[in-house]
Design a protein around this ligand. Structure first.
Ligand SMILES: [Zn+2]
Length: 179
């Protein structure tokens, strides 16, 4: 999937030092495919070149930043069933699929779509859009990730849209002898 995505953009995997700055990959699943795509291409969350969209879909979009070309590569749902046809003698399902996937034509493994991704300026690698101070807790919020609520710019925690619920602060951190 990763090799195909990069190949469609005209790049080899893994991306070299020059090309790594030109590509952004959106992965739509957080299972092992996400790690495999990161490892194979070289894109990284910390470089802002790997974006995670929690869609639960075995798909990823490969975007070429210089000209905006983008291809979404999705794994076909029926590729597992077809694996039997390509490696019928292999009994173990996992081994059979691994063997078959190496023989199957790309069109039986993937659906590829030409797409356009509008990437906001604040999502681009290497771009700093400055910091905004949360008007409630005073924390610096980067990349325009503030939320406007009742006329105030807040971090997502103060805006009430955090993924966690605060129980209590950990006291005496320095005296716990942790590190
Ligand atoms: Zn805040």
């Amino acid at each position: 999937m990763a090799i195909l995505g990069l190949s469609l953009l005209g790049y080899e995997a893994p991306l070299n030092d020059t090309n790594i700055k030109k590509v952004i990959v959106y992965v739509e699943i957080d299972r092992c495919a996400a790690d495999a795509i990161a490892t194979t291409t070289g894109v990284k969350l910390g470089r802002r070149s790997l974006k995670f969209k929690d869609y639960g879909l075995m798909a990823a979009t490969f975007v070429n930043l210089p000209d905006g070309r983008a291809f979404r590569v999705a794994v076909r749902d029926d590729c597992r069933e077809k694996a039997v046809k390509y490696a019928p003698s292999v009994l173990d399902r996992h081994e059979r699929e691994t063997e078959a996937y190496q023989q199957m034509p790309l069109s039986e493994l993937f659906t590829v779509t030409v797409v356009r991704v509008e990437i906001p300026q604040e999502d681009l690698p290497g771009v700093s859009c400055g910091k905004i101070i949360c008007e409630q807790c005073g924390t610096e919020v980067r990349h325009k990730r503030t939320v406007e609520k009742n006329g105030r710019l807040l971090c997502r925690v103060c805006a009430g849209s955090a993924y966690f619920k605060t129980i209590k602060p950990v006291e005496n951190l320095d005296s716990l002898g942790l590190i």
